[in-house]
Design a protein around this ligand. Structure first.
Ligand code: GDP
Ligand code: MG
Length: 219
């Protein structure tokens, strides 16, 4: 059976579970960010930088998806950060029931913001729903300026877009304006955060946006 057929069959239950996740998290005043990007784009690095940056300002937790056949996954190693790793087995993406199980393992009374690191891919089933508050799509400079046009799905659905590895700008001759145009062809509104997890440049505006999202929803 193809994956799309399987998803079409399980979709109503998944959607219900995702809605339950969303309602539960809303009631707890917790914001969840579903972070999607190619392998190596810098998802784990961004989570670590974000944890450092928001330390003392927001209480973070992490749900990190990993594949069973994936070795050398970069583990989140920020101090004092609750992290739950979810092995998705053969399925190359997280689903709502996995997120629910992960939530049960987190100290939710002491959490304001959960960053969910998706398995590294820009191709996810469009039906995928987790119940996360916001979606973030991330690209990195080596993927080229056209990345959002070649893989429109995650960028079109994103509430915010991150461009990582800006420290490589000069080496790669990357043209930011072409990247912005590519994003705007698929997403008219989402803020774009250009940053470098290597140097830390640009992390603060991204952190400030997260803080704003959390505060807006906790009032
Ligand atoms: N030059 C550069 N390398 C980065 C940056 N962010 C992450 N990396 C490197 O990219 C590789 C993949 O990063 P990782 O966070 O594990 O990516 P993930 O697979 O998306 O979670 C690692 O070798 C990181 O050190 C950055 O801003 N600049
Ligand atoms: Mg990672």
């Amino acid at each position: 059976m193809s994956i799309s057929m399987r998803i079409a069959r399980i979709r109503p239950a998944e959607v219900r579970l995702a809605e339950e996740n969303a309602a539960f998290l809303r009631a707890m005043g917790i914001v969840t960010i579903h972070l999607q990007a190619s392998p190596g784009a810098g998802k784990t690095s961004l989570i670590q930088r974000t944890a450092e940056s928001l330390s003392g300002r927001l209480r973070l937790a992490v749900i990190q998806g990993t594949l069973s056949n994936q070795s050398g996954v970069t583990h989140v190693h920020a101090v004092d950060l609750p992290v739950v790793q979810v092995n998705t087995g053969e399925q190359p993406y997280l689903d709502a029931s996995m997120v629910r199980e992960a939530l049960e393992q987190l100290p939710l009374a002491d959490v304001d913001l959960i960053l969910i690191e998706e398995i590294g891919t820009l191709t996810l089933p469009t039906e995928q729903v987790l119940g996360a508050t916001l979606r973030v799509a991330m690209a990195s400079l080596p993927e080229g300026e056209d990345c959002p046009v070649h893989y429109p799905g995650p960028f079109a659905r994103a509430d915010a877009i991150v461009l990582n590895k800006t420290d490589l700008m000069a080496h790669l001759g990357f043209d930011q304006s072409v990247f912005h145009q590519a994003v705007r062809r698929v997403n008219g509104n989402a803020p774009i955060f250009e940053l470098s997890c290597r140097s830390g440049e640009g992390i603060e505006p991204w952190s400030a946006w997260l803080l704003e999202q959390a505060r807006d929803r906790q009032l």
